[in-house]
Design a protein around this ligand. Structure first.
Ligand code: ATP
Length: 352
């Protein structure tokens, strides 16, 4: 099967309203087999509602949901070949880890030997073999999270839906589990659709992601594509750090802002906003490029971020520079910023 042409999960013009609130507004997304796919957006953008429709806990007002080419809309949650892992892990407290995993398979009336084989295999994938006989309250937060995941994986759904799976964990454990989750997904060979509001988490884990806002789909792509080529100002600002410079494109594609003139190919005349990432701004010789003054310096491990006041923007521009032995920047220093047109994005229209 060609993953490019035949998605395992097809969301087709799906919409859902709750009274006057449009939670999901005509969203179409294809998820490919074995993909780690993230639904990302700010609070209230409709990502949980979309996930719940996939799981069968909400009914769309319009559109279709196809799994392997089959419309699953009429099927109740328990009949769908996908599984939702809840944010609250909902483990059975009186059962051991092994029993928690076996329970779902016993309900399916699988043979004892087959249950044992699948439970052992899943315990191993999720690094839980040594905890198999413990009860949930004898486990740490990260271990409980893995049991919840294992319990979903052991049923071998075609697609596993995960709603903020790492939401209950502290920052350090969360970061560790992001990589773990990706490894386990890969090993289990199951398609994951995960909901998160944390853009870093999506960037680290997802093969592709969808950005939603106010129930609408703004962009779908790999983390790299969305980071490098955000479709609009909202996405540019939501993913990573972006500097914005409001200005105007004149005849011949010349972008002009206070203190800055840049020749841009393919730019139509009118108001526009130039967007550039902190790592893409270079420092130039004084007198060339955009003049600025360092307002603040922040250290981030191997890099430092200079916050530079310029006439071109009311907010200081952020410039990421590597920390080197010779760097001697200080607050108050004057410097010059070189902005390479090839590394900018231009968004047409007046700033909101
Ligand atoms: P969060 O990150 O805060 O969980 P979300 O992106 O998952 O947000 P949803 O929970 O899908 O957003 O909600 C989308 C919109 O639909 C919100 O405006 C929400 O208030 C509304 N909504 C969701 N469920 C219901 C419901 N059962 N009844 C009424 N309105 C609802």
């Amino acid at each position: 099967m060609n993953a490019e042409t035949s998605p395992i999960l097809r969301i087709e013009s799906v919409a859902k309203s709750f009274g006057p609130v449009t939670a999901v507004d005509g969203v179409s997304i294809d998820v490919r087999e074995n993909e780690f796919f993230a639904l990302l957006g700010p609070s209230g953008c409709g990502k949980t509602t979309l996930l719940r429709m996939l799981a069968g806990f909400e009914t769309p007002n319009a559109g279709r949901i196809l799994l392997d080419g089959r419309d699953i809309s009429p099927l109740p949650p328990e009949k769908r070949p996908l599984n939702l892992m809840f944010q609250s892990y909902a483990l059975f407290p009186h059962m051991s880890v092994r029993q928690n995993l076996a329970y779902g398979l016993e309900m399916e009336r699988l043979e004892k030997a087959e249950i044992r084989r699948r439970v052992d295999e899943t315990l191993s994938t999720t690094d839980l073999t040594q905890f198999a006989d413990r009860k949930p309250d004898q486990l740490s937060g990260g271990q409980k999270q893995r049991v919840a995941l294992a319990r979903a994986l052991v049923k071998r759904p075609k697609v596993l839906l995960l709603d903020e799976p790492l939401g209950a964990l502290d920052k350090k454990l969360r970061e560790k589990m992001q990589l773990e989750l990706k490894r386990m997904q890969h090993e289990a060979g199951i398609t994951f659709v995960i909901v998160t509001h944390d853009q870093e988490e999506a960037l680290v884990m997802a093969d592709r992601m969808a950005i939603l806002k106010d129930g609408r789909l703004l962009q779908v792509g790999t983390p790299e594509a969305i980071y490098e080529r955000p479709a609009d100002r909202f996405v540019a600002n939501f993913i990573g750090v972006m500097n914005f410079i409001d200005g105007r494109v004149g005849e011949g594609g010349l972008f002009e802002a206070e203190g800055l003139r840049l020749a841009l190919a393919d730019a139509g005349p009118g108001p526009a906003t130039l967007a550039i990432r902190p790592e893409n701004v270079a420092l130039g010789a004084l007198g060339e490029g955009l003049a600025g003054t360092i307002a603040d310096i922040a250290y981030h491990g191997l890099d430092r971020v200079l916050h530079v006041k310029t006439a071109a923007s009311p907010v200081p521009l952020q410039i990421r520079v590597p920390v080197s032995g010779t760097a001697t920047h200080q607050v108050g220093d004057a410097l010059s910023l070189r902005i390479d047109p090839a590394r900018c994005r231009l968004f047409a229209g007046a700033a909101a």
